[in-house]
Design a protein around this ligand. Structure first.
Ligand code: AMP
Length: 583
């Protein structure tokens, strides 16, 4: 397939403001691929392989600028200035190649295969002379590109393709192109255990649906984590779970998925990002404590005081993430204990379909508790009073509340799904209308008066999982310190876009639109019906959506959540009905 065709489709995708149209263009694109489908899917994701393979393209802006300078004969300073003006090196590459002075001796038509293979070469180059070679490959690609092709190649290399498609959007398009809608839930589940869209695309296209559906948890491949629904009252949880449930402490730490295989350990975050290098202590302890050939464990890493055993707030583990330099001192200063609450795989056997209580028994029998690993404290009960007492103990031990787990035989591990098999109850929810939500920044309104020069308010959205769109739910203007407030424009600049992204819906038009990427924790007073917000539009009242009243930023940036992990529209709808019952 020609890369020119791909770049034309990419342009159409970037230009559309409608989710449906976006999917249709993707379907057309996927259908026109041949044996290069897998490569095409990765390129559409702006990647060369799934993230967990750890193949990063990474070419610094400085190198791109150098390459563009030598192609165009323009000074690096000039290109740098253009970069500052445009905010995107892809656009700069396009502008420059429109005025290209030098042409390659053999101007080839670029194919998907060729672009993918060259980019892979570029990513794999290491050692002496690597910078020169990387620049060389990039320049060759540019010299053989049309301006638009060059723009997309540059965006892929700099990790900023920004087509507005998520994995969910691509998966949806794959089902439409190569499978039947009735299988979409099962295909989704397979993807959640093995998030390799290229592989799934090829299998579906080749009619190997059954192979896709066999996919389960795989050691060293991050499974999307199972998530909990929420309810404000213990009696509601018991009712929902058939009168009895296992209640576990809800630890306030960092979700940690630990994979062990043949003496090697990998650790993944809630968002399937590999964090092994930030937790050398957990790696070492895992090998000491688990005498297994292979396994996948799920838990929460929590910082603690090694003298008193007291648990510390979550923020202290987050300091470990992305830290390269003084990690060693941090490991000593902030030891973590991992509270394990699930096991997905053991010694060649997938356990995701084994009921919760049995999984928990297997987990408990696998190791002896110590300062490094413990099982989440759990109470099996049907007595609301006893559970309330347990809830208070959890709070006193520094936990956020409880997570109830269904104890029926159907209580499987559902990767990536928020469902009623797990239900959380947090301290906040116990007071009538106080609730924390994780919402996505989709826009901003310019500030006035004291806020001149920054934003007056952000437009925040929930994620509608069914439709794969973001729906506005409030304007957020309070809870910001001055530092944070005045830092907002630069912090959000990289996500700015010049039109409403296709997967965003709002009755309001902000001064600036953002690609849905950044997640903030907010606390709201009440959920009300709103004529301007599109969250759960038409679900409660015709011609109206839902809005959060008096939203306030809690100060917590949810860097551990992707936009698709934000509070869902469905959750907000449930909270709306829940509060009506209380009120
Ligand atoms: P939330 O982030 O509010 O949606 O709550 C779900 C998160 O609670 C999970 O992603 C885990 O990181 C965390 N958590 C803490 N303790 C438990 C537990 N015992 N079972 C499940 N999740 C837990």
């Amino acid at each position: 397939m020609n890369f020119l065709e791909v770049s034309q489709r990419f342009t159409e995708m970037s230009n559309t403001t409608k989710r449906l149209e976006l999917t249709n263009i993707l379907v057309r694109l996927l259908k026109s691929a041949n044996k290069d489908l897998k490569k095409l899917v990765y390129l559409t994701q702006g990647k060369l392989l799934p993230d967990y393979e750890g193949l990063e393209l990474g070419m610094a802006s400085k190198l791109i600028i150098k390459a563009l300078s030598s192609i165009s004969g323009k000074k690096e300073e000039e290109i740098d200035a253009l970069f500052i003006k445009e905010g995107d090196l892809g656009t700069v590459a396009k502008l420059i190649s429109e005025k290209k002075t030098q042409n390659s001796l053999f101007s080839n038509e670029l194919s998907v295969d060729y672009v993918y293979d060259e980019l892979t070469k570029l990513a794999r180059i290491k050692g002496e002379g690597s910078i020169k070679n990387k620049i060389g490959i990039y320049q060759d690609l540019l010299l053989n590109s049309t301006p638009d092709e060059g723009m997309y190649i540059t965006r892929i290399i700099t990790g900023r393709l920004r087509l507005g498609v998520s994995d969910a959007t691509i998966l949806d398009a794959l089902v439409l192109a190569f499978a039947e809608k009735v299988h979409s839930e099962e295909i989704d589940e397979a993807y959640n255990f093995h998030p390799d869209l290229g592989e799934i695309a090829e299998l579906l296209r080749d009619g190997k649906l059954s192979k896709v559906l066999e996919t389960g948890p795989t050691p060293m491949v991050p499974a999307k984590v199972m998530l909990a629904e929420r309810l404000p009252e213990i009696k509601d949880i018991l009712e929902k779970m058939g009168g009895k449930a296992a209640f576990e402490y809800k630890y306030d730490g960092m979700r940690t998925q630990i994979h062990i295989k043949n003496g090697k350990v990998k650790i993944f975050s809630r968002g399937s990002e590999e964090t092994t290098s930030n937790f050398p202590d957990i790696v070492e302890h895992a090998l000491q404590n688990f005498n297994v050939e292979s396994c996948i464990l799920d838990g929460e890493a929590v910082p603690y005081n090694s003298e008193t055993g007291e648990l510390y707030p979550f923020q202290m583990v987050s300091q470990r993430r992305g830290r390269k330099y003084d990690l060693k001192s941090k490991v000593e200063e902030i030891p973590v204990v991992v509270f394990l609450f699930d096991i997905l795989y053991l010694n060649g056997q997938a356990l995701n379909k084994v009921p919760y209580l049995e999984r928990r028994k297997i987990l408990q029998s696998l190791f002896t508790e110590n300062d490094d690993f413990k099982c989440a404290t759990m109470l099996l009960s049907s007595d609301p009073e006893e559970i309330n007492g347990f809830f208070n103990e959890a709070i006193n031990s520094g936990c956020e509340g409880l997570v109830a787990k269904n104890v029926s035989d159907d209580s499987i591990y559902r990767a990536g799904a928020r469902g009623w098999l797990w239900i959380k109850v947090k301290r906040d929810y116990q007071s009538a209308f106080e609730d924390t939500l994780d919402l996505v920044v989709i826009g901003a309104f310019g500030g006035h008066g004291r806020r001149k020069g920054t934003y007056g308010a952000l437009l925040m959205a929930s994620y509608n999982k069914d439709q794969d769109i973001f729906e506005s739910a409030c304007k957020l203007g309070t809870g910001f310190t001055d530092d944070v407030l005045f830092g907002l424009p630069s912090k959000l600049a990289e996500h700015k876009t010049n039109r409403k992204p296709a997967r965003v819906e709002s009755g309001l038009t902000p001064d600036v639109w953002f690609d849905p990427k950044v997640v903030l924790e907010i606390i709201g007073a009440e959920i009300t019906v709103s004529p301007v917000h599109s969250c759960a539009f038409g679900k409660v009242e015709k011609g109206a959506g839902l809005a959060i009243r008096f939203p306030r930023f809690t100060g917590r940036w949810r860097d551990d959540k992707t936009a698709e992990d934000a509070t869902s529209t469905e959750e907000i709808l449930e909270m709306y009905y829940g509060q009506k019952k209380v009120g």
